[in-house]
Ligand binder design. Structure first.
Ligand SMILES: Cc1ncc(COP(=O)(O)O)c(C=O)c1O
Length: 461
């Protein structure tokens, strides 16, 4: 008797959608069923998921970037088993535990020399929330800027920084003092900063929603303007951090020296939620400014030992397996293999991104025959066409991808960093097949598109 995980899994096998719909979120289940994503996965290993029939799926969502090391990495598994077996003195609270200190040291060793303190969190959004409090405390200013199309999480502070109106709708009022500037527009940024009352600019080095990239000139201005007007630069690396873009930190591509860095997802090794807000000693000292204020920003689970172990094992594995450089090289292999598809298919306009954060940008075709179909879809819902790529990639080729954000024709892939040429070849062949069908006007793609469009029009009514 007693709890037996195997027993629960065997007894409830295949009930996932029914239970989820009844107890958690029926609308999500409707969405998954309508696009045919209603599988029952039983196992994950490396870059692949396996369903109840033993079918294999290439996972290019990677838990939104969490599975940088792939699933079930043996080093992570061993580290976590060891941690449990060691009966570590977890969460003593009135204590300064060892492992948070070691992980903080490892993170700081990987940042520029101006960084000196780490605050651990349970998620990306909590790292952003911490950053918001710290920058207000450090500057004694209240205004915070973010960019259009930004995504920093869905708790109230992060949501107030969010570029997507769909996420904000119905939840107002949000926090006061938050304004938005256009991503990539240095003049707009200067106008907003020149009043010298902005505590921080919070910005993703590559925007997740749309895989948007700004020019080097823009980033030079960002750095210079923030310094000139006394605004702290918060670089949100929750998705881009730890090798995803072919550098350990995506901000290194642009030579930025941020005042605050937020990180999460990949740091977990895909096992234990963890995030971190990294800042200078000076910024942290304004928050923890006296013994009375030693716990003024905190959270019960912040230094959770399993999370610390997952973080440490992940950082070491990234180093040991050379995953940052691997991501860079595999990213180049994707770029090379995808370029001919842009030339061959008029619906595919551009491939953009860095390393293994890649956006496939679709758009209006030239030929009249395709254009009419494309525009009919767009009239039903902007960005619907990209869903007609994601669905056959999954149905026919068992590759899991995502539309990069609402209202945009961008399909995003976030392959695990362990991927190599085999996965590049599989993906490019599958995309080639789906695009060929779409260009031939195959009913497999466009028939499904009509179904989606009808569902979308009904939903919007
Ligand atoms: C750049 C960025 N910041 C913050 C977050 C929020 O992280 P979490 O979902 O762990 O709260 C995300 C999540 O996708 C993100 O991409």
């Amino acid at each position: 008797m007693g709890f037996d995980l195997r027993e629960v899994l065997n007894a409830r096998r295949g009930e996932n959608f029914q239970l989820y719909s009844r107890n958690i979120n029926p609308q999500l289940v409707r969405v998954l069923r309508s696009i045919g994503f209603d599988r029952f996965y039983e196992r994950g290993e490396g870059a692949y998921l396996y369903d109840r029939d033993g079918e294999r799926y290439l996972d290019f969502l990677a838990g939104f970037g969490t599975f940088a090391l792939g699933r079930a990495h043996p080093v992570l598994k061993k580290a976590l088993h060891d941690a449990i077996d060691a009966d570590l003195p977890n969460l003593v609270q009135m204590d300064a535990a060892l492992l948070p200190g070691v992980l903080a040291e490892e993170l700081l060793r990987r940042c520029h020399s101006g960084m000196g303190r780490v605050f651990f969190t349970n998620s990306g959004t909590e790292a952003v929330e911490a950053a918001l409090k710290f920058v207000r405390s450090a500057t004694r200013r209240s205004r915070v800027l973010d960019c259009d199309h930004a995504f920093h999480g869905l708790t109230y502070g992060s949501l107030s920084l969010n570029g997507g109106s769909d996420f904000r709708k119905g939840f107002g009022p949000l926090l006061p003092g938050f304004d938005q500037v256009r991503f990539g527009d240095a003049e707009a940024l200067e106008r907003a900063l020149s009043s010298r009352d902005v505590a921080a600019l919070v910005i993703e080095p590559i925007q997740g929603k749309g895989v948007n990239i700004a020019t080097q000139a823009y980033w030079d201005s960002v750095q210079e303007l923030c310094r000139r007007y006394g605004t702290l630069l918060v670089v949100d690396e929750v998705q881009t951090g730890l090798g995803r873009t072919g550098r350990l930190w995506a901000h290194e591509h642009y030579g930025l020296v941020p005042d605050v860095i937020t990180v999460s997802k990949a740091l977990s090794g895909g096992f234990v939620p963890v995030g971190a807000m990294i800042c200078s000693e000076r910024v942290a000292n304004t928050v923890y400014s006296s013994m009375e204020r030693a716990m003024v920003h905190s959270s019960t689970f912040k230094n959770n030992q399993l999370a610390m172990v997952a973080g440490l094992a992940t950082l070491q594995t990234i180093d040991d397996e050379g995953l940052v450089d691997r991501a860079r090289l595999t990213g180049l292999a994707f770029e090379k293999a995808l370029a001919p598809l842009v030339d061959r298919y008029e619906l595919l306009h551009e491939v953009r991104g860095k390393g293994l954060m890649i956006g496939l940008v679709f758009g209006r075709p030239e030929s009249l025959r395709l254009r009419a179909r494309f525009l009919a879809l767009e009239a039903a819902h902007t960005g619907l066409f990209s869903q007609t790529i994601v669905v056959p990639l999954f149905e026919r080729h068992r590759i899991l991808t995502q539309v990069a954000g609402d209202g945009m024709n961008v399909v995003k892939i976030l392959p695990p960093l362990i991927c190599g040429q085999e996965e590049v070849d599989a993906f490019v062949a599958a995309l080639d097949d789906v695009l060929e069908d779409a260009h031939r006007g195959s009913s497999l793609v466009w028939g499904f598109a009509r179904t989606l469009a009808r569902a979308s029009v009904q939903r919007d009514r």
